[in-house]
Design a protein around this ligand. Structure first.
Ligand SMILES: Nc1ncnc2c1ncn2[C@@H]1O[C@H](COP(=O)(O)OP(=O)(O)OP(=O)(O)O)[C@@H](O)[C@H]1O
Length: 323
């Protein structure tokens, strides 16, 4: 397998008035060429912080305090600003949460897509325009609409334009951070289906950040489940669905509706996510875990491979207490 991205022991903290918020702690996962990984978890668990750390977009009061982010073997954490700007768009790009943030209302969408091509590649204006039209067609918009302004498009179409922009310089890795937020359910499904079809067509590696577990299980090859700044389980979608090992993964699956089984009882997870400020060195899920015992309150379990490609951070695995 060809590894495109490898995140190793990444920790990102934020300085706050009340102390240090350990927003991301010791996070590790990797992504192969042509693979789609769903990064999932409750609001505030650190998904966006992981994405921004990978992209080196963390700003004060935040800081990446340790770890490596290897993109095709190059460590982005150590890269210079010059190296980074040559890699952004061409090797790694983002489909943002809201197209409104990506598109400037006073320029045509064609000008904006062309600008990103011209800024990063040595091509003529004519070629950039041709590529812009092809990109628009690729995302299901008539190429001749390159002359339109953002306000002439619906929310779903603007999101398609944002996808076209993210693909403008043929990146190998695309991060989609809740890119369907604010769209109606039908349009969300269309945009997600578009991302999936482009990923297959272009053999892209995609990190899909979401809190929608049924959607992620429907389209991702692998899933990493985050809880309070840690990845607690990372495995193939099949393993996550058939054999979830971490009590939080099990609870999350029980808390999600299953479209293929409408009779399923949906059980919410009792308790709430802990405050990440000066968090003690214990399992972060122990306050909500039905199986927690003394060790879970005193130590944080290591993230370990329990079978090929299936990683879990839970003492129950070590003790062999699991079914
Ligand atoms: N600028 C900041 N200052 C202080 N703490 C921050 C800041 N940004 C993020 N955090 C901390 O990082 C944690 C993770 O936030 P993050 O936005 O990464 O979560 P998320 O899983 O992406 O949430 P959502 O699904 O709501 O977007 C927050 O709970 C908060 O403690």
């Amino acid at each position: 397998m060809n590894t495109v991205l490898s995140v190793e022991n990444l920790s990102t903290y934020f300085k706050t008035d009340k102390g240090i918020a350990k927003a991301v702690e010791n996070v590790s996962f990797s992504l192969n060429k042509g693979e789609m990984l769903g990064l999932i978890g409750e609001s505030g668990c650190g998904k966006t912080t992981v994405a921004q750390s990978i992209l080196r977009l963390i700003e004060y009061p935040g800081k990446v305090v340790s770890g490596r982010v290897l993109l095709n073997g190059r460590d982005l954490i150590k890269a210079s600003e010059k190296e980074l700007s040559s890699m952004r768009w061409k090797e790694i790009s983002v489909i943002p949460q809201s197209a409104m943030n990506a598109l400037n209302p006073i320029f045509t969408i064609g000008d904006q897509i062309m600008e990103s091509i011209l800024l990063h590649e040595n091509v003529s204006k004519r070629e950039a325009l041709q590529r812009t039209k092809t990109l628009l067609e690729l995302v299901g918009i008539d190429g001749e609409r390159w002359r339109s302004y953002p306000h002439e498009f619906s929310g779903g179409m603007k999101q398609r334009v944002a996808i076209a922009m993210a693909l403008a310089c043929n990146p190998k890795l695309v991060i989609s951070d809740e890119s369907t937020t604010g769209l109606d359910v039908l349009t969300q499904a269309q945009v997600i289906a578009l991302i999936k079809s482009l990923q297959k067509k272009m053999d892209l590696s995609v990190i899909l950040i979401s809190h929608d577990l049924p959607m992620v299980t429907a389209i991702c090859d692998k899933i990493a489940i985050m809880y309070a700044g840690n990845i607690v389980e990372w495995a193939s979608t099949e393993d996550i669905l058939k054999n979830p090992r971490h009590p939080y993964s099990q609870a999350l699956l029980n808390a999600s509706p299953d479209l293929s089984n409408p009779e399923k009882e949906v059980v919410s997870i009792p308790g709430s996510v802990p405050n990440l400020v000066d968090f003690p060195h214990s399992c972060r899920f122990h306050t909500r875990c039905p199986y927690a015992y003394d060790k879970c309150r005193q130590e944080n379990p290591e993230f370990k491979e329990i079978k090929k490609g299936h990683y879990v951070a839970c003492f129950l695995e070590e003790e062999g207490n699991h079914g």
